[in-house]
Every structure is written in structure tokens, then in C-alpha cells.
Design a protein around this ligand. Structure first.
Ligand SMILES: [Zn+2]
Ligand SMILES: [Zn+2]
Length: 89
């Protein structure tokens, strides 16, 4: 299995576990703990902002773009699924 690294796709800042993100409902939490879903109102956030005051930049990026290595894992899974299909058909 490939490793997933979480970092800003623009500046490569890595979240340090701090609670930097605020939902529209006012709740503040670490968005990477819940894959961008607010634990208070359960809103799924599509975009995640970088955190300038923690060393990041000002960019907003698609949440999934923060997961480096995810494309590779999805490719691996697809291959696995295809291989399994060949076995069972
Ligand atoms: Zn919320
Ligand atoms: Zn950034």
C-alpha cells in the first residue's frame, strides 16, 4: 500500500494537528480528522483553506487535493478490483 501524505497542494505546508478550520456554523476543528466534515453540523466541506498563521499560504484547495499519494492508492485499488474480477468471472 502507498503512503498518504497530507499537505497543501500549493505550498506543501503540512497540517500539524491544530484546530485551524472554522465551519459556517461557527465550529472550529481539525478538518483532517474528519475528512472535511464538520463534527457539529455534519456539513461536508469541498474546499480546505491553507493556514497562513501556522506557516502555510492563503490558497483554498479541494480537500482531496491535500492527500498526496491518493491517486496512486486509487489506481492500486482499481487494479486489485480488476484482478479479482478476472478470478471470479
Ligand atoms: Zn458546521
Ligand atoms: Zn498552502
Amino acid at each position: 500500500m502507498s503512503e498518504i501524505k497530507i499537505c497543501c497542494p500549493k505550498c506543501k505546508w503540512e497540517p500539524d494537528g491544530g484546530e485551524y478550520w472554522q465551519c459556517d456554523c461557527g465550529h472550529i476543528w481539525d478538518t483532517f480528522k474528519t475528512i472535511a466534515r464538520c463534527p457539529a453540523c455534519h456539513k461536508q466541506h469541498q474546499y480546505t483553506a491553507c493556514v497562513p498563521h501556522a506557516g502555510g499560504c492563503e490558497a483554498h484547495s479541494l480537500h482531496l487535493d491535500w492527500y498526496e499519494g491518493l491517486d496512486k492508492i486509487i489506481e492500486d485499488l482499481k487494479e486489485e478490483v480488476l484482478e479479482n474480477q478476472e478470478v471470479f468471472i
